[in-house]
Ligand binder design. Sequence first.
Ligand code: AMP
Ligand code: ZN
Ligand code: FE
Ligand code: FE
Length: 303
Amino acid sequence: MAKITGPSRRPEPALRIDLHTHSTASDGTDPPAVLVGLAAAAGLDVLALTDHETLAGVADATAALPPGMTLVAGAEISCAVIDPEGRRTSLHLLAYLFDAAEPAFAAERDRLISDREHRARGIVDALRGLGVEVTWEQLSRIAGGAPVGRPHVASALVELGVVDDVPSAFGPQWLGVGGRAHVRKHATDPVTAVRLVRTAGGVPVLAHPAAGGRGRVATDELIATLAQAGLAGLEADHPDHDSSDRARLRALAGELGLLVTGSSDYHGSRKPRIGLGQHTTAPEVYQAIVDGATGARPVTVPP
Ligand code: AMP
Ligand code: ZN
Ligand code: FE
Ligand code: FE
């Protein structure tokens, strides 16, 4: 008699989840639909599109979803605090699954976008003052209607032969903090931003909290204040963090009761060494983010 065997006990393969990526709707180089295709090819099951200040790429990304893949709508919000000594710390807040129509948060995103244009014009003026023949027309062509960021300016500097590549433009010579063409932009107070995201039904996660290459980073005290205001998580696993940063952020998240996420912060060819899915988020953490959101749901096309 043939032995009757039970169903295979092979475990389900773990979902691959990347919760921080950029498209041409901000300063990435892949259009949203292309990004979704690349994410599928990279074996991702869940992709969050988190362009700077905007959801503008979400419709195209959603329309391009292959069967079985899930899109999480998000945005990366520019924040800053000034300490009593007048020193500024820039932070980025990832906002997931918020209601795009909630007016207070929508108004703040609009303000961030319009101030980016104002700042970009200031950078063009500063560069022209340094003898660089960049024009606003060139920069707006490169940005293609997206909220203008320094990476777009960096691409203009590459086009003009001023620097060899995008990262070189972020040095102190040009666009980096303290650089000759560094111009500050409006950025939201992070406690206000956390509250705005929550009010819009979204889930706020602090992006790359230890990425020091961009200037001062958030203190543990500030992170604790944000946690009290409603912050949900810390992006510990990020290409700009080393293993000690990651361990420290995991410990801090544990103390504060915060989730720990991991993501690539993919920008296409503007960050050539970063691949989709380079860091990923655990399925149970992803589920906690989805469960915590009341503003929007992830979108999946059935297989
Ligand atoms: P902005 O928000 O316009 O001030 O520009 C910040 C953007 O520049 C972020 O998306 C960063 O990922 C990117 N960025 C910062 N430093 C570098 C660098 N060294 N190389 C490439 N991109 C960078
Ligand atoms: Zn960016
Ligand atoms: Fe960022
Ligand atoms: Fe980012």
